[in-house]
Design a binder for this molecule. Structure first.
Ligand code: NAD
Ligand code: FES
Length: 283
């Protein structure tokens, strides 16, 4: 059992949870994730390790409550416990001194981006963080990213905070300025956003890494659930990733796989809410 030490709401349906997991806190490196089960028999949920404190023996998880299982995880209060936290899993991010780096986070993806931006800044890179959301209430970790970034750019689709529009508009401006143009771009967020970032940087030959979050089951390369196509080859996000060359990812097949089980997910969510099946069919 893994004790939950704190659980706070950062944005609608997004929680920051600090969990006691001493061995993971010591072993984990930026970019790695854990697989969490709230209880025996529950679905296994992959979650990025947002931060870790080896001295305290704790890890920080950012959990978006989108389905029945994630909702059970976020409903665990401080003092409660999670049944399983397995990890660290996945390849750590390759960190070196690149020079100017743009870290682009879309919505909840900003939580996955944060540990990477932190590690890149600690390695001496000049980090520009660009974060965006639908509206101001969906902008997360702005203070934390501002503290480690050379520059923080915020966008919202409704213009309630920062520049109005998508993160890609802010990135395009950054790339057009020779004094600020990045050598490496890291993008984490919805698939259409990562694809748009990759299309923006491709003509300029700017190295672009994206962090993929396909469906995962075992997290050890055995089940094939997290298969993604990169450069025409099948890769497993859990053992080969989660980061990949953004210019080589087959985003269309990733989108297809992400929506394969939507009907089952809706049914599980509906069952948890005790609503009628007809409501699922009607959306
Ligand atoms: P969202 O749809 O509200 O988008 C957040 C921001 O991303 C937008 O405000 C915009 O700035 C940018 N964006 C979105 N679509 C874009 C496009 N077509 N072109 C350019 N920019 C675009 O995001 P959300 O609701 O917070 O995120 C939910 C999605 O993010 C889910 O699909 C989830 O699976 C995914 N996600 C991915 C990761 C990951 O590791 N890649 C992590 C968490 C969540
Ligand atoms: Fe099973 Fe990656 S989650 S192979």
């Amino acid at each position: 059992m893994f004790e939950v030490l704190s659980n706070e709401t950062l944005a609608p349906n997004l929680h920051r949870m600090v969990v006691r997991a001493p061995r993971i806190a010591t072993a984990r490196r930026p970019g790695q994730f854990v697989i969490v089960r709230a209880d025996r028999g529950e679905e296994r949920i992959p979650l990025t390790i947002g931060d870790a404190d080896p001295a305290e023996g704790t890890i920080t998880l950012f959990v978006q409550a989108i389905g029945a299982s994630t909702r059970r995880i976020v409903s665990t209060p401080a003092g409660g416990s999670l049944r399983d936290v397995a990890g660290p899993l996945g390849q750590p991010t390759h960190i070196e001194q690149f020079g100017r780096v743009a870290c682009v986070g879309g919505g909840v993806g900003t939580a996955v981006l944060y540990p990477l931006a932190k590690a890149l800044a600690a390695a001496g890179n000049e980090v520009t963080s660009i974060i965006g959301g639908r509206s101001s209430q969906y902008i997360i970790l702005a203070d934390e990213l501002a503290a480690l970034s050379h520059e923080l750019l915020v966008t919202t689709e409704d213009g309630t905070r920062g520049r109005k529009g998508f993160v890609t508009a802010a990135l395009a401006d950054l790339m057009a300025d020779p004094e600020r143009a990045p050598r490496l771009v890291l993008a984490v967020g919805p698939v259409p956003m990562m694809r748009a970032v990759a299309e923006l940087t491709r003509p300029h030959g700017i190295q672009t890494l994206v962090s993929l979050n396909p469906i995962m089951i075992d997290g050890t390369g055995m089940c094939g659930g997290c298969r993604v196509v990169v450069g025409g080859e099948s890769k497993f996000a859990c053992v080969d990733g989660p980061e990949f060359d953004g210019h080589r990812v087959d985003y269309a097949s990733l989108m297809d796989r992400l929506t394969t089980y939507r009907e089952f997910e809706d049914a599980a969510r509906c069952a948890a809410d005790e609503c009628r099946l007809g409501e699922v069919a009607n959306g």
